[in-house]
Design a protein. Sequence first.
Length: 337
Amino acid sequence: MHVIIIGSGVAGVSFAEKFRSYSADDEITLITRENDGYYSRPLLSRGFSRNDIEQSIILKTFDKLRAGNITVISGAGVTAINRSDKTVAITGSCKENPLHYDKLVLATGSSAFIPPPFRPYTELFFCLNSLVDLKALRKFRQSLLNQNRKPDWAIIGGGLIGCEVASDLAVSGDHVTLYHAMDRLMERQLAADDSVLLLGVLQKSGVKVLLNQDVQGFAKQEDKVCVKAGPTAEFDALIVSCGFKPRAGLAELAGLETGRGIKVDQFMQTSDEAIYALGDVAELPNGKLYAFILPIRSQAHWLAGFLAGQEKECWTPPVFTTRAKVHGFEAVHPYNV
Ligand SMILES: Cc1cc2nc3c(=O)[nH]c(=O)nc-3n(C[C@H](O)[C@H](O)[C@H](O)COP(=O)(O)OP(=O)(O)OC[C@H]3O[C@@H](n4cnc5c(N)ncnc54)[C@H](O)[C@@H]3O)c2cc1C
């Protein structure tokens, strides 16, 4: 059997390694746009306070996966799935293209969600969703530090990642203003009194927090970028952090059933019986996306066992919780996940 996996995040890599541990003979090919190896996405939001991050964030090189008998096609994007002949088309130079699969695992993850009013301004802001994004942000920041300028950032979005990034930049010595649309921070994950606690921690670290903000757009002014939200304010750079968007486009193009993500049943199977989906991109029958490391790894290990004939029962989500990686903050109540 030839199993093709698209994506080298925690979903794709955990599945590939676990499936290999069950089956020495099946062919496993992992196709990914990444070039840097398999890295820890949660560490992205600690990407400014740690100097060695660009190396220490790598959990496994692609060569290490290859040494474990997994074929890795890196720096390559899958552009189409042909379900009638069970092939995927790949960009770049690949000796066999399109590639035939018996089972296909979609682990394409998610990109940053950009609210519609911000879409005309994509040239004017950064996101922090991948290692490529982090490297671009670090390079920009370093260019300011080299001119003895203290970077002045605006973060748009006071959810989990926005608060983490604001915190990490502030403890690294930068000026940070955090714009949030709601009347309290991380309102989806935190109890109201924990939001108050978080506000105090961020303010103490020097973050200027602006709540109830209606950000309408951005503008370029010489080497500054302006945020238009009531009074206009100027910054060196902006980071938009307004949630995530499952990368379900490939599945949609192939005619698979999609909603917010790729629809799967409790066996992680899509509307095509040869195709499965895992991770940020998979939408379970209860309408949920389990966009956290622990349940994703559980899905991936479960599917590996299922395809290897070791699991008979459907996947059930593990009990899990999360925490915000904001320096100096501990919530009193459990998070909503
Ligand atoms: C800044 C940040 C901080 C976070 N912190 C935490 C945390 O503290 N705790 C926690 O549990 N979770 C955290 N998360 C969420 C967690 O990281 C994600 O839920 C998880 O990494 C998703 O893994 P995935 O494998 O589904 O997708 P991804 O990690 O998004 O991987 C998808 C992969 O697919 C590749 N790909 C996509 N389309 C194609 C294509 N067409 N062809 C080839 N390759 C393709 C991409 O290049 C990528 O390598 C954080 C996320 C971010 C962004």
